[in-house]
Write a protein that binds this ligand. Structure first.
Ligand SMILES: Nc1ncnc2c1ncn2[C@@H]1O[C@H](COP(=O)(O)OP(=O)(O)O)[C@@H](O)[C@H]1O
Ligand SMILES: [Mg+2]
Length: 347
């Protein structure tokens, strides 16, 4: 099959995506496919793609630097372009038998790329459609829909960093609380506050990414995540950071966390997280695959924090670990997602 793998883009998760994308491309090449790898934002430098872009050779894997990417430098390197979708990307996708979205965050995860592809008549892309991606990307909308469907979520408010009075936070949520941008990922801009001393800095940090923020109760407990593949929950993973909490550095620095899959939960807890993950995906109209993040609170409540439309996809990422726990190795998982994309395209 001819597969276009789209990665990179202009989100703070750009580096993570380039790593997922290069590894996915190599796994698909190893399974006999012809793969054209392209940076969503930088494009392919021509409006008329050539068949020779689809290669059967593996490529060097992108390494994630310890720090978040300098997006201004990336924009400057591309002539200051503000277009999310680079030159030649749509024609390249139209040429392919399937489009693999190895994107994380931003336009790749909030439904904009999915909707753009559909506008161009391209429906054979991996992962959920644009509606599910959009609903899940906005943590405020997602929480409201999940709560209505019976999924437990942390109590909180949406906060407008431009117009709202910070006193709302103390009055309506209180401490300890978590402040995070409504629609980022990888823990960028997330702060955990135990009192008001760091409030101003936390608001400034989150608002540097986005105007709308989530302020919610901080749930102390165990960090868990549970993937859903083709409507069925995978075994959950427990994530234990060696120091601190599950921030950007602990997410991407090798060896910074211990990950246990299947998570050492009681059968009832496992059943609950899996049911909640499936329910959350259905509430958010997410199809094909997704990964829901949870905290099991000290008093036993299972709280869903969010659902990721395009979760990390390196072989050591959480969803691939969960698939491995049911005997599906990485290349097989990548190929399964391509098969689901092709089936969706044929509907
Ligand atoms: N309400 C909360 N209580 C405790 N920790 C939280 C809460 N919300 C977020 N966190 C911490 O921040 C991390 C990132 O939050 P999350 O909502 O999953 O956003 P994202 O992964 O998209 O950045 C979580 O994995 C968790 O460690
Ligand atoms: Mg998360």
């Amino acid at each position: 099959m001819k597969i276009a793998v789209l990665a990179g883009g202009l989100s703070p998760e750009r580096d993570v995506s380039l790593t997922s994308g290069t590894m996915i491309a190599n796994a698909l090449v190893r399974r006999g496919h012809s793969v054209a790898f392209a940076d969503l934002y930088l494009g392919i430098g021509t409006d008329i793609p050539d068949e020779s872009l689809f290669k059967r050779e593996e490529m060097p894997v992108h390494k994630i630097p310890g720090r978040e990417p300098d997006l201004d430098a990336v924009i400057a390197s591309n002539g200051g372009s503000r277009a999310f979708i680079g030159r030649g990307i749509i024609p390249l996708c139209a040429m392919a038998d399937a489009v693999y979205l190895a994107l994380h965050g931003g336009a790749g995860e909030n439904g904009m790329v999915q909707a753009s592809l559909e506008c161009a008549g391209i429906t054979h892309y991996t992962g959920t459609g644009y509606i599910g991606a959009l609903l899940a990307m906005d943590k405020d909308i997602a929480k409201k829909l999940m709560k209505a469907a019976g999924v437990r979520v942390p109590e909180g408010i949406r906060f407008d960093a431009v117009a709202d009075d910070p006193k709302r936070i103390e009055n309506e949520v209180g401490f300890p609380c978590v402040i995070k941008p409504c629609s980022c990922g990888s823990s960028v801009g997330v702060s955990r506050l135990y009192d008001g001393r760091e409030l101003e800095a936390a608001l400034k940090s989150a608002a540097s990414f986005e105007r709308y923020l989530i302020v919610e109760r901080l749930i102390e407990g165990r960090e868990l995540t549970c993937g859903v593949l083709d409507g069925k929950a995978l075994p959950p993973v427990e994530i234990i950071p060696k120091a601190g909490w599950y921030d950007y550095e602990n997410k991407y620095r090798a060896g910074a966390t211990t990950e246990i899959c299947p998570a050492p939960l009681t059968p009832d807890e496992t059943r609950e997280i899996q049911e909640m993950a499936v329910l959350a995906c259905s509430a958010l109209r997410m199809e094909e695959y997704a990964r829901a993040d949870f905290i099991l609170s000290r008093d036993g409540g299972m709280y869903c924090l969010e659902v990721n439309a395009l979760p990390g996809m390196t072989p050591t990422s959480l969803l691939p670990q969960e698939a491995a726990a049911v005997g599906m190795e990485y290349g097989e998982l990548c190929e399964k997602l391509v098969e689901l994309a092709v089936a969706k395209g044929n509907q």
